[in-house]
Design a protein around this ligand. Structure first.
Ligand code: SF4
Ligand code: SF4
Length: 552
């Protein structure tokens, strides 16, 4: 006799059955969203919302100074006096594996022509930046994925971020863009002296003062209506995902800072001048000299003219095809493209708010920490590798935000099983060439002794050694991206994410869930050497350049 059991109650009574059905149907529909797996995930692993920030923040927590962020410290002359140190020189006790990252700083130093000692943070950062602006070709320049062709795509992808968004490396706060070749609108001649203008992350709120003076501040019927309209505008203007967080002082850097620049005459006989944060003439001789940083108190009233009430957090997807080529420099074009887009969209969203009479500060990585803001805005969870993981794109994304004095109704933090999955998965930690990502099973409240100078203690997470990561970037050419590329949540299609969600509820299959990707041929080898030596990266680079999308 046939039992009249609905699919819903079947799922409720059989977790294993749910997984079996989900996997079978997912396998049958490899490239598509699958409603059956989505329904199974909703029943077996329903999304949970919390009203508070979902991870422990100890009472001893203090805001991180913006000038202590890794990419800001590069410009601190003190950081150029001694070799870059890892938090743990030997991580084999944690990983049980060979410590492949140990020799990296010496390799970095040799790319600068330095023999016999390890590189400083400044030298390591200098090499990293010079790969991204095409000044120095990577050591691996003869390998597919690191050739001058791929370097050119990387430089092009980053060019808007570097040339137009503003010098907004993390923590820079109010800043500007240097127009190196301005023209005189009266004579139509190009000038030889640079001028500083506002970039995309412009702090210019003079329009708001004007609008309010004209009595033209738009009044919404309710906070709910304001939130809906602002989200619609942000999506229309180019954000892939949008959430609203309440303004929370904890995530604003305690200081803002930016590197000092000096003018240098170009050696091309043009008589033109450019500003640089490092001495370009010394750099060409293998020496890195920086000019320090200017540090500001993080004073909203003084620099922005208002105290924020809400933060609009926006997610920008990074290209899947490019990310499959990680750790090639071709993959680095994907974050470059998203960083470049972030500035444009954040600028537009800020200008929408300014037009209707509300203060707005568009922000990339500067001013405050984007990941906890995005978590508060309900966009995703924090994974093992320290990245935001969303349901739609996993960690394959970048985040921009807009601070405003418009009162919006915040979203709630949401959990869909990432933290539980990360406890057992560890794929990113296994794929990390510099062994920077902790293999500890549980996330925990990190103590000062666990953290380097750019890593904030007293919050609950897994440790990631940013010095090891940057060292590999500099050695590798471009950056790396293995941790994002191999993550089970990063694929374009939805069904694998739903299977992963279901698996978080079933300890026996969690390990198998990690292997689904490998069974279905996604993401390539996890072992970092094998990714390259097996030819996987080279094949993905060839695939990338094949024209698979219509161009007309
Ligand atoms: S990008 Fe990720 S995988 Fe690569 S070195 Fe850094 S932490 Fe490791
Ligand atoms: S690879 Fe695995 S452990 Fe790492 S962030 Fe993704 S799900 Fe978590």
């Amino acid at each position: 006799m046939a039992h009249n059991v609905s699919r819903r109650s079947f799922f409720k009574t059989s977790f294993m059955g749910a997984v079996a059905v989900a996997v079978a149907s997912a396998a049958a529909a490899k490239e598509t969203f699958n409603p059956l797996t989505a329904e199974a995930a909703e029943i077996v692993a329903p999304i949970k919302e919390t009203s508070e920030f979902p991870y422990t923040v100890d009472a001893k927590y203090q805001r991180l100074p913006g000038n202590k962020l890794l990419y800001q410290r590069v410009f601190d002359p003190e950081e150029n006096k001694s070799p870059l140190k890892f938090k743990h020189d030997d991580v084999s006790k944690i990983t049980g594996k060979k410590d492949t990252g140990k020799e990296l700083p010496r390799i970095n130093a040799e790319t600068l022509g330095i023999k016999g000692r390890d590189a400083t943070l400044t030298e390591t950062g200098g090499i990293f930046f010079s790969h991204h602006d095409g000044t120095v070709l990577p050591l691996r320049k003869d390998e597919l994925g690191w050739r001058e062709l791929e370097v050119a795509l990387d430089v092009a992808a980053w060019s808007v971020e570097y040339k137009f968004n503003g010098f907004t490396a993390p923590g820079s706060g109010p800043g500007g863009v240097i127009a190196h070749y301005p023209f005189n609108p009266v004579t139509n001649e190009s000038g030889t002296e640079p001028v500083v203008i506002q970039g995309m992350y412009s702090w210019d709120n003079s329009k708001v003062v004007e609008r309010r003076g004209q009595g033209r501040q738009w009044k919404f019927d309710s906070g709910e209506e304001a939130s809906r309209i602002v989200k619609k505008a942000a999506r229309f203007l180019g954000a892939d995902l949008v959430g609203i967080a309440p303004y929370d002082d904890r995530w604003t850097y305690s200081t803002w800072s930016r590197p000092n620049l000096k003018p240098f005459k170009l050696p091309d006989g043009s008589g033109r001048t450019e500003y640089f944060p490092t001495d370009p003439y010394k750099f060409m001789k293998g020496e890195v000299e920086t000019f320090g940083q200017t540090v500001f108190d993080a004073d909203w009233e003084k620099y922005a003219g208002f105290k924020p009430k809400s933060v609009i957090a926006m997610v920008f997807e990074m290209d899947y095809e490019a990310y499959r080529t990680a750790p090639s420099i071709l993959h680095s074009a994907a974050p470059g493209k998203s960083y470049s887009n972030m500035g444009e969209v954040a600028f537009k969203v800020a200008n929408f708010l300014r037009e209707i009479g509300y203060y707005a500060i568009p922000s990339g990585n500067d001013t405050g920490m984007s990941i906890p803001i995005a978590i508060q805005a309900g966009l995703g969870e924090a994974g093992r590798a320290g990245q935001l993981i969303t349901q739609k794109y996993g960690p394959r994304l970048r985040i921009a935000k807009v601070y405003t004095d418009l009162e919006l109704v915040p979203d709630k933090p949401r959990s869909f099983g990432v933290r539980e999955f990360c406890r057992l998965c560890m794929k990113c930690a296994d794929a990390c060439p510099s062994q920077a990502i902790s293999h500890e099973k549980e996330a925990r409240v990190l103590q000062p002794e666990d953290c380097g100078p750019s890593e904030n203690p007293y919050t609950e997470k897994w440790h990631v050694d940013s010095h090891r990561c940057l060292s590999f970037f500099a050695y590798n050419g471009g950056d790396c991206g293995n941790c994002i590329s191999v993550c089970s949540w990063n694929k374009i299609d939805q069904w694998q994410h739903d299977v992963a969600r279901i698996a978080t509820q079933i300890p026996l299959v969690q390990d198998a869930a990690r292997k689904f990707d490998e069974w279905f041929g996604y993401n390539g080898p996890v072992n970092p050497e094998e990714r390259i030596e097996s030819g996987y990266v080279a094949n993905m680079v060839k695939d990338f350049w094949k024209d698979t999308e219509p161009t007309k």
